[in-house]
Ligand binder design. Structure first.
Ligand SMILES: Nc1ncnc2c1ncn2[C@@H]1O[C@H](COP(=O)(O)OP(=O)(O)OC[C@H]2O[C@@H]([n+]3cccc(C(=O)O)c3)[C@H](O)[C@@H]2O)[C@@H](O)[C@H]1O
Ligand SMILES: Nc1ncnc2c1ncn2[C@@H]1O[C@H](COP(=O)(O)OP(=O)(O)OP(=O)(O)O)[C@@H](O)[C@H]1O
Ligand SMILES: [Mg+2]
Length: 251
């Protein structure tokens, strides 16, 4: 058995233990068509063959993302829901922005990010609706590189019960995906949050996952100064996302 397969088996066992400790029945994950959620879908199907669920949640999404998500669903043969949440997400976004406009408070320059983060939070609410109804825990897909840089929406895709990929670099995620047999179309595409047309993680962050992996693993001599500074900044400004909300001292 390879080192990766041993780690995969241990992670599957850990998922079973966490569900047992929580007195729950199984696990659910949002399946985007990207590599992180693909790996998680395969892991939870292994952990709970009869009590696992993948949820596809299109929101103004590129149809090819849904096609890739179905390749993941069919590849690991997990039970799934195929939902289009464009309308409810738009309803919240428009209801809020119309009111802000009436009061002359709306900031057009923040609309794209407001829309993007609301998509992640509508998905989080939806996955928890499934979890509540089936007695499942919600599984996150963030890896060590995303956690280090805070490259997730607070209480959106970051709002989960378990984070099985938290110790993996992005490179590790690729290796696990290959070992698990994830479809090559999913492995070969650029990581993207799919939050706007043409968005890729690396363009948005201004650095690469190879550089972030190197920082996470302490291989700082391999990282150019420019990338180091970008990653340090991303880490610093996202510190709040890695902690529970601050409370004041007792006055
Ligand atoms: N110092 C502080 N202490 C406590 N809270 C603080 C804070 N600074 C901001 N905040 C709060 O945090 C909010 C900003 O954080 P947040 O809402 O997360 O938004 P933000 O970090 O601005 O944006 C999310 C980032 O994650 C990326 N993303 C999102 C979803 C999925 C993926 C993906 O890879 O698939 C990537 C997205 O493209 C974007 O770059 C502020 O509106 C404020 O409420
Ligand atoms: N259209 C979607 N349907 C279901 N879940 C989604 C969708 N878009 C995003 N998500 C959820 O949000 C998570 C965060 O997205 P992220 O892009 O970081 O991961 P990914 O798409 O799995 O992998 P990659 O980083 O390679 O794009 C996804 O793993 C998934 O759980
Ligand atoms: Mg993605």
């Amino acid at each position: 058995m390879t080192d990766i397969n041993i780690k995969i088996d241990k992670t599957v066992e850990w998922l079973r233990e966490k569900v047992k400790e929580a007195n729950c029945k199984g696990l659910v994950v949002g399946v985007s068509g990207g590599i992180d959620s693909a790996v998680v879908a395969y892991l939870i199907k292994k952990a709970f063959p009869e009590n696992s669920m993948g949820v596809i949640m299109s929101i103004k999404s590129n149809p090819s993302d849904r096609e890739d998500a179905l390749k993941v669903i069919n590849g690991c043969n997990i039970e799934y829901l195929d939902l289009d949440l464009t309308e409810p997400q738009n309803l919240i976004l428009n209801t809020v922005t119309e009111k802000l406009k009436e009061k002359n408070l709306h900031k057009e320059e923040y609309l794209r990010m407001t829309d993007a983060n609301l998509r992640a939070r509508v998905r989080m609410s939806t996955v928890y609706t499934v979890a509540n109804n089936l007695g499942y825990l919600v599984v996150g897909t963030d890896n060590a590189a995303e956690i280090h840089t805070g490259y997730f929406t607070k209480y959106g895709d970051g709002g989960v019960d378990l984070v099985p990929l938290a110790n993996l670099t992005k490179r590790d995620v690729y290796e696990w995906a290959k070992a698990l047999g994830v479809h090559e179309d999913v492995i070969n595409k650029s990581p993207s949050a799919g939050l706007w047309e043409g968005q890729t993680d690396e363009i948005e962050m201004g650095t690469t996952y190879d550089m972030i992996d190197a920082v996470v693993e302490g291989r700082l001599d391999e990282v150019p100064q420019k990338d180091k500074e970008i990653i340090e900044r991303l880490h610093r400004i996202s510190e709040h996302k890695r902690h529970i909300a601050p409370k004041p001292p007792k006055f």
